[in-house]
Design a protein around this ligand. Structure first.
Ligand code: PLP
Length: 400
C-alpha cells in the first residue's frame, strides 16, 4: 500500500513543471532562453507599499495576527469592494489569506464533500481542478470556444450544472486567455444561476485592475445582487500591485462561510505574513497612480503580441480585454514537422519543440484544459517579448 494519501493520488503533477524544469536546464547550459511563461508582472512593488512594509517592521508589527487578517486590512478590503464594485461587506465577512490561492483553497476545503461537483470553464487557471480534487470534490469542466473568445455561454453553463453542483468558479479577466466578460455576458450567466439556487459562485477577480481599452470590469454579486448570499468574491494584491511574493489575497462572502474558512486556515497556516498585511493596507488605501501607466505598457505589449501572432500562418489569436496573457490557437500547425524532425502532434509537442529549437518557453494549452493552444505571458520587457515573438514566427515558418 502506498504511504501517500489516496487524495493526493487524484491530483496530477503540474504539467507546467516539466516545461519550467526543461527551460531552466537549457538556461544552465548557457542557452539564451526567453521565458513567456511567468504569471507575474515584471514591475517592482510600488514605493509607497514597500515603505509601508518597512514602517511596519520598525513599528514591531511582526507578531501573529488574527488568523484571517488584521482588522485594518479587512476594513481596507471592505472600502475597496464598496468603492470599486458597489458591494457592501462588513469586516466579519472578509477573510485574508496567504495569496489568492489560499483563500480559494480554504473555501473549497471548507465546503466540499465527496460527490460535490464544481463547474470550471476551460481554459482554466491550472490550480482550480486540482484544488477541487484535493478538497475531495469533482471538477466538471465546461469547455469554451475560440469563436466566443473563450467565454462561457449561458447554454454551456446550464448544461454543466447538475443536482450535485456546489460551486461555479468564474474568472474574469481570465488566466490563461485574458478574456473579460462584459456586464451583459456575465448577466447571461447569473440568470442561469438564479434558476439553480443550490449553486454558489466563487468569483476570482484577481485581474480586475488589469483591464484595457474600454472594457469595464464587473463581478457576479454586482451584476446580480440576488446572488450576494451565495457568492464568494475573491481578489488579491498580487497582480495589479506587483506583489506576487508578498502573498496576500482575500475573499468576501456570507459570514458562516468566512468563519468556516477561518477554521481551515487557523489549523493550517495561521495568519498571512503580518508585514505583508500592512503593505496590502497601503496598496488598497494608498495612491493608485501607477496602475494606469503600467496598464499602458501591458496594452502596448498585448497589441504587439496579438498582431505578430495573427500574422503567422496557422495561428489565430483573439485580442483579450485584460490580464497579461494571450492564448493563440495553433490548430493550423498540427500535423506539421519541425526542421529537427519533431512531429507537431499536439500543443505539448509544439511548446517542447519551440523551447528546444528556438529557445522560447511558453505553456502549452493542455495544461489549461483547452487545446491546441499555448499561453503567452506578455509580462516581460518589450524587447524580450519582441525577440521571442520573432523567434516564434521563425519557428512556425520553418514547419513543413
Ligand atoms: C486566476 C488566478 N487566480 C489566483 C491566482 C493566485 O494568486 P496569488 O499569487 O495571490 O495566490 C493566480 C496566480 O497566478 C491566478 O492567475
Amino acid at each position: 500500500m502506498s504511504f501517500l494519501s489516496k487524495t493526493l493520488s487524484r491530483v496530477k503533477p503540474s504539467p507546467t513543471i516539466a516545461m519550467t524544469a526543461k527551460a531552466a536546464e537549457l538556461k544552465a547550459q548557457g542557452r539564451d532562453i526567453i521565458g513567456l511563461s511567468a504569471g507575474e508582472p515584471d514591475f517592482d512593488t510600488p514605493e509607497n507599499v514597500r515603505d509601508a512594509a518597512k514602517a511596519a517592521i520598525d513599528a514591531g508589527k511582526t507578531r501573529y495576527t488574527a488568523p484571517d487578517g488584521i482588522v485594518e486590512l479587512k476594513q481596507a478590503i471592505c472600502d475597496k469592494l464598496l468603492r470599486d464594485n458597489g458591494l457592501a461587506y462588513t469586516t466579519k465577512q472578509v477573510s485574508v489569506g496567504t495569496g489568492g490561492k489560499q483563500t480559494l483553497y480554504n473555501a473549497l476545503m471548507a465546503t466540499l464533500n465527496a460527490g460535490d461537483e464544481v463547474v470550471i470553464p476551460a481554459p482554466y487557471w491550472v490550480s482550480y481542478p486540482d484544488m477541487v480534487l484535493l478538497a475531495g470534490g469533482t471538477p466538471v469542466v465546461a469547455e469554451t470556444t475560440l469563436e466566443k473568445n473563450f467565454k462561457l455561454t449561458a447554454e454551456q453553463l446550464e448544461a454543466a450544472i447538475t443536482p450535485s453542483t456546489k460551486w461555479f468558479i468564474f474568472n474574469s479577466p481570465s488566466n490563461p486567455t485574458g478574456a473579460g466578460y462584459s456586464w451583459d455576458e456575465l448577466k447571461a450567466l447569473t440568470d442561469v444561476l438564479l434558476r439553480h439556487p443550490h449553486v454558489w459562485v466563487m468569483t476570482d477577480d484577481m485581474y480586475e485592475l488589469l483591464a484595457y481599452d474600454d472594457f469595464k470590469f464587473c463581478t457576479p454579486a454586482q451584476v446580480e445582487p440576488q446572488l450576494y448570499d451565495r457568492t464568494l468574491t475573491c481578489n488579491g494584491v498580487s497582480k495589479a500591485y506587483a506583489m506576487t511574493g508578498w502573498r496576500i489575497g482575500y475573499a468576501a462572502g456570507p459570514e458562516p462561510l468566512i468563519a468556516a474558512m477561518r477554521k481551515v486556515q487557523s489549523q493550517s497556516t495561521s495568519n498571512p505574513c503580518s508585514v505583508s498585511q500592512w503593505a496590502a493596507v497601503e496598496a488598497l488605501n494608498g495612491t493608485q497612480d501607477f496602475i494606469a501607466p503600467n496598464n499602458e505598457k501591458f496594452v502596448r505589449r498585448r497589441d504587439m503580441a496579438v498582431e505578430m501572432l495573427n500574422a503567422i500562418d496557422g495561428i489565430t489569436c483573439p485580442k483579450p480585454e485584460g490580464a497579461f496573457y494571450v492564448y493563440p490557437s495553433i490548430a493550423g500547425l498540427i500535423g506539421k514537422t519541425t526542421p529537427a524532425g519533431t512531429h507537431i502532434t499536439d500543443d505539448e509537442a509544439f511548446a517542447t519543440a519551440l523551447l528546444e529549437e528556438q529557445d522560447v518557453a511558453v505553456v502549452f494549452g493542455a495544461a489549461f484544459g483547452l487545446s491546441p493552444n499555448f499561453r503567452v505571458s506578455y509580462a516581460t520587457s518589450d524587447e524580450a517579448l519582441k525577440t521571442a515573438l520573432t523567434r516564434i514566427t521563425a519557428f512556425c515558418e520553418s514547419l513543413r
